[in-house]
Design a protein around this ligand. Structure first.
Ligand code: SAM
Length: 260
């Protein structure tokens, strides 16, 4: 079956790379000694899988898109790369000391099955998820220019309390939650990475690596949104728009669950 990311995957790495700060927090939340074995589910082109491996952990990356995996395979021979659906992982029970999942849970059709499967393959250890909550997304200033796309994306995004409930039903204990604020120095261009750099969204290459623009927004909404954004940047009205949008609940979130 051709997955959504078989199309996005072709140019994904033009604008997507592992951000050092996100990688640092992911490994911090895993709380495991070096050489421990970690699975990165929905690893995509493997940017974070390789960055975490370079921090000293033994990594396995799996994904449902062959296009994304082909790119991942070219990045490191020290990572084991597998084609796998998160709801049917090809690993024995208790195979890993930790699991990560970055910017991907909103793509899973069945979170209940996915989290049960992750629980099964962890021995003892943590499952660290990096995602955003619909309430955070509804505060993104992007909504001013691409309202339908952001609303639809937020609707697709599982809320934190729902995620926590499903994790607990799968057997996990929730041991932590940390909000993440976009920094101007962020190196991975995902949906709200241009929080401080509105020009970013005028670049078609940047938009093509972000599923909200590549698959949810209509061409008409993108054209109209970019036209208004470009005008507001020129007239400096953008400063007013940015100031109107609060980030008091963070822009993204790490959810940390543990299997004992
Ligand atoms: C936004 S990308 C994130 C990739 C990577 N984690 C990163 O941060 O660069 C989402 C990934 O989820 C993968 N994916 C979606 N559904 C999946 C599933 N059921 N099982 C495994 N991977 C899946 C897609 O193929 C895609 O590579």
């Amino acid at each position: 079956m051709k997955s959504l990311y078989d199309t996005i995957g072709k140019d994904y790495d033009t604008t997507r790379k592992a951000d050092p700060e996100i990688t640092r927090r992911l490994t911090h939340h895993l709380q495991i000694p070096s050489e421990s074995k970690v699975l990165d589910v929905a690893c995509g082109t493997g940017n974070y899988t390789v960055a975490i491996q370079e921090s000293g952990l033994q990594m396995v990356g799996c994904d449902i898109s062959n296009e994304m995996l082909t790119r991942a395979k070219g990045k490191s021979q020290y990572v084991q790369w597998d084609y796998a659906d998160v709801t049917q992982l090809p690993y024995s029970d208790h195979s890993f000391d930790g699991v990560t999942c970055i910017l991907s849970i909103h793509h899973f059709d069945d979170l209940v099955a996915a989290f049960k499967e992750v629980y099964r393959v962890i021995d003892q250890g943590r499952f660290v998820i990096f995602t955003s909550d619909p309430n955070q997304m509804n505060n993104y200033w992007l909504k001013e220019y691409f309202p339908k796309a952001i609303e639809q994306s937020a609707k697709k995004m599982p809320g934190i309390s729902n995620v926590n409930e499903i994790l607990e039903d799968a057997g996990f204990e929730i041991v932590g939650q940390e909000t993440f604020l976009i920094q101007p120095s962020l190196q991975d261009f995902f949906l709200y990475s241009g929080k401080f750099d509105p020009h970013m969204y005028l670049d078609e290459k940047v938009r093509s690596g972000i599923s909200t623009f590549a698959n949810i927004a209509s061409e008409e909404e993108i054209n109209e949104g970019c036209r208004r954004l470009s005008h507001d940047i020129e007239t400096n009205r953008i400063e007013y728009v940015l100031a109107k949008h609060s980030s008091v609940i963070g822009d993204y979130v790490y959810i940390v669950a543990e299997k004992n």
